[in-house]
Design a protein around this ligand. Structure first.
Ligand code: UDH
Length: 287
């Protein structure tokens, strides 16, 4: 294949023309459906250009975007398969260079989305000098491929219009679901907070961190930033966090000493599967 040829030749930025600003393969609005009984093999067969570990690079041009997609995960296998099934073709049509990383919290502690995203950032940056980090919930399926997964100079909130919220922003400063930052900006705000256990608040905390650092967020046009949310009930171990409002009231005091600079976890394993790189981790929780 073209990709193998390029790898064999070890081509670099100097050997390939840049990809065009707008990919000729975009289709715009997508008809999103959810096939039953998906398997990894089936999805892999549909994406022969994706390499082990969930890695892809356009074969004929040098990508304009180098993006790590990080998915916080526990016990949502069906959602993960649906997301991989939709996201791989979506990203390939955008002609970007990317890898999909899944950060799996395997312990029985309360779920901690912020911490998992910090782990994803740290581990992904060890693998490659990514220029853009996408933080992507497992249950959000994009509906328009003009929503390009690359970073601009501003932190990006991509999940602008979700069906569950009648395709409207639930509130103006909402920064949840699918967001992206350049590593320099992520480090400047000290990443996500590590101490939001259970559902809610960590997305508002990172929004505060951005504003406290005098940055602004940007969004794609609502027609592009459309998503369908996969249905799910209440997850065991991700109960609504009653402390979230209290924590949010002191973000301005805590953000410098709670984040990527105070992250602790244990990486149990790293596996390359056909469609993603998996980090299995234990989070620590002080009692
Ligand atoms: N997640 C898991 N497993 C869990 C919990 C969360 O993988 O057990 C991940 C997953 O990527 C998910 C994300 O964390 O998409 C966010 O969690 P969520 O889907 O529960 O949050 P969201 O705000 O849910 O998207 C909206 C409806 C949930 C109602 C429960 C609280 N009112």
């Amino acid at each position: 294949s073209g990709l193998e040829q390029i790898q064999a030749l070890n081509l670099t930025e100097d050997d390939l023309p840049s990809c065009p600003k707008s990919s000729p393969f975009l289709s715009g609005p997508l008809k999103v459906s959810f096939p039953l009984h998906l398997t990894m093999d089936e999805i892999a067969q549909k994406n022969p250009w994706v390499q082990m570990g969930g890695h892809y690079q356009p074969p004929n041009c040098w990508a304009l975007h180098h993006t790590a997609v990080i998915i916080p995960y526990r016990a949502r296998r069906k959602h993960l398969y649906q997301l991989l099934y939709h996201l791989h073709p979506f990203l390939q049509r955008q002609q970007i260079h990317y890898t999909i990383y899944v950060v799996h919290q395997i312990d029985n502690n309360t779920f901690n989305r912020g911490k998992l995203l910090n782990v994803g950032f740290k581990e992904a940056m060890k693998e490659n000098n990514w220029q853009c980090i996408y933080f992507h919930d497992v249950d959000l399926i994009p509906e328009d491929d003009r929503n390009v997964y690359g970073c601009s100079v501003l932190p990006m909130h991509s999940a602008v219009a979700i069906d569950k919220f009648q395709y409207k922003l639930p509130y103006q400063t909402y920064f949840g679901g699918v967001t992206a930052l350049r590593p320099t900006h992520y480090l400047k705000i000290n990443g996500f907070p590590n101490n939001y256990w259970g559902w809610g608040g960590e997305d508002d905390d990172i929004a505060s961190r951005i504003f406290l650092n005098k940055m602004f967020i940007t969004r794609p046009p609502a027609a592009f930033g459309r998503y369908r949310m996969l249905k799910h009930g209440h997850d065991k171990g991700n109960e609504v966090n009653p402390k979230r409002f209290h924590l949010l009231s002191s973000t301005h005091i805590r953000w410098r000493r709670n984040g990527i600079n105070t992250l602790n976890y244990k990486l149990l394993s790293k596996e390359q599967t056909q469609l993603y790189t998996n980090f299995t981790i234990l989070v620590w929780r002080r009692r």
